[in-house]
Design a protein around this ligand. Sequence first.
Ligand code: ARG
Length: 565
Amino acid sequence: MKDKIVKLLSDKIEQLNEESISALLEQPPKKEMGDYAFPCFRLAKDLHKAPPLIAADIAESIEKPEYIDDIKVMGAYINFYVNKSDYAKTVIESSIDDSYGASKEGEGKTICIDYSSPNVAKNFHVGHLRTTVIGNSLYKIYSKLGYNVERINHLGDWGTQFGKLIVAYKNWGSEEAVKEKGIEELMRLYVLFHDEADKNPELQDEARAWFHKMETGDEEALQIWKWFFDISLEEFKRTYKLMGMEFDHYTGESFYRDKTDDVVKELTDKGLLKDSEGAKIVDLEEYDMAPCLILKNDGSSIYATRDIAAVEYRKKTYNFTKCLYVTGQEQKLHFAQVFKVMELLGNDWAKDSLVHIPYGLVSLAGEKLSTRGGNVIYAEDILKEAIGKIREIIDVKNPDLSDEEKENASRIVGVGAVIFNDLYNQRIKDVSFKWEHITSFEGETGPYVQYTYARCSSILRNIEGFEPSADIDYSVLSDEASADLLKEIDRFPAIVAEAAERYEPSVVARYAVDLAQAFNRFYTENRIAVDDEVVKKARCTITYIVRRMLKDSLDLLGIGVVERM
Ligand code: ARG
């Protein structure tokens, strides 16, 4: 319907193309203002006329088509009142298709998303949970728009910290303890190293020597490192599995260790590398940035060097149109430096193609979360706790489910609850973590949306012989609650596009709640299993569409659904 109105307007407005008209066309906040409103402010400059006059002129010139009941001018706006059954027909005909919301925008284009990327020998914490769910959701959103997406896990698996870990392991560790406790033991050793090194600074030299051995391919050093790597990856994968998430590439920092020499050479050849107290840097003063450190004074590469190598590798291997980096805000400068260096190397595409996507902190204010040792919080433990809490609720709400069903539902709803809480607010804002809110079946939560999905499923299960089709009587969908619901359905494609454009999964999360709320109002006002077959069919069709769209919306967030909960 929106497209039809855009077309109607674009025939009368020479100054704007269809795309700009579509971007300007609003859905008014109040019903009295109609279904769509077009503001004429933008045209005032071109036409040298007051916006209300422009609105009046355009409205006058439009010949009212049969699907429009009325066109009114209100101030600088042209308001369109769409014929309710025509509107219902247009919306249902497009949304009944499974591919509703998808597009071909990204056909033939690749987007790399660098996200999650926890650090080997360190725990997968709540911060990594955020990059994981945001990155995964962006992957789903871009895939829906037809892009090929490469999901890249840039593990923190290289650097001087591994030299320290090897020293600590050799001095105070044991094979059994590492085997038994995994990352927890590696973290203990790492902390111990720092305590001991305070007393005995020579340990730092030993650590540097071990990292140097790693960089020069020493067998023993690499063997220990690889062992720590395997243990860590296995733990990380356990968390991903719990969340139902996968990656296309586990290419962490170590993957680039044989590619940093080329970076240094290229920077040197192009005259960008400068000496600074024995280290090598790229001076970025001209761009108001601290210098980008490339080689430390002992000649070893660092985080930024490996990131530069990674951009080059990815551009060569995937020929991306965009490469997105989802990390906390504290890495803003790091990425600004890396992107600038890429530009200085003569890559014109770097400016628009490399995008840092920062996010806020998770604030655990006052909440009790289970910890394994020290005060370290593991993402896995949070997810498990959520699953346990949902299980208690399901046991009460739906005691008749089989044990297997309960277990499955608790996992999907529990994990979904945590993900949803993470994605509901704008990503740049801090997320607050309140168990009571997260696991609630009411309000703006994951369980609420999933529950609405299960409700749609249950409604349709109980209707015999229902076959979805757009061949229904649209005039029976003209009541207010139905009309409101249709409007929500209508918004979906624009929502997906907006979420992609702004790298903002919260747009989808909020939409999912709006859609669920609109459906629940519709359901309160309208009985579905009525005797009148014509009415029943129309209402079932809407329920069928909403059910699938709730599932699709949750899927875009990386959240599953269950038929009963
Ligand atoms: N391992 C890093 C961390 O935990 C994140 C890596 C982000 N990706 C990148 N290409 N630098 O903070």
